[in-house]
Design a protein around this ligand. Sequence first.
Ligand SMILES: Cc1cc2nc3c(=O)[nH]c(=O)nc-3n(C[C@H](O)[C@H](O)[C@H](O)COP(=O)(O)O)c2cc1C
Length: 196
Amino acid sequence: MSLVLDAAAQDLLFREARTANTFSDEPVTDEQVQAIYDLVKYGPTAFNQTPLRITLVRSPEARERLVKHMAEGNQAKTASAPLVAILSADNEFHEELPQLLPHFPQAKDAFFSERPVREQAALLNAALQAGYFIIGVRAAGLAAGPMTGLDFAGVQKEFLDADHTPLMVVNIGKPGEDAWFPRSPRLEFDQVITTV
Ligand SMILES: Cc1cc2nc3c(=O)[nH]c(=O)nc-3n(C[C@H](O)[C@H](O)[C@H](O)COP(=O)(O)O)c2cc1C
């Protein structure tokens, strides 16, 4: 009774949502991706820096190049998912800050003139946005399969540049047969929450 989100939405986003390991052939359209992005772009980041960048791997040739960099146990999933996205952090996000923070454009130089500071901020905030993205995929009635079992240096070299740090690859689509591993337990409230 404490949550205002209706129970069906709670199930869709969390309770019944699972990490898919197989996918049906049903395509994931650019319109669906646009709708997902237009929802999750409102998730908060520090200074509204929104450093997440998303590379959609659509062509069979690009998919083949990506699969080579996935850990062995992840290759079949990435090869067969209707859509695969590479999520990365833009370490040069400060270039967009005057657009993103119009009431305080000086933040670009006042806080983010140094690359190591940007890299740390980009990693945290893009990872937050990756979480929003996964929940957004679920909001579109699709399943996500996020993966960090991959050769990050290889993915960076093949698909990104030195200013973008790969975070994870996400398989996206409707679940196929035997899509789920057994649900693993979660920590209970008392194991996680302390009040001081
Ligand atoms: C950042 C991240 C990285 C993951 N990496 C892999 C991976 O490399 N291979 C894999 O099979 N599953 C991977 N997973 C899937 C997790 O094991 C799965 O989401 C978790 O056990 C919860 O499963 P459930 O959603 O079915 O309850 C990853 C998940 C996340 C969020």
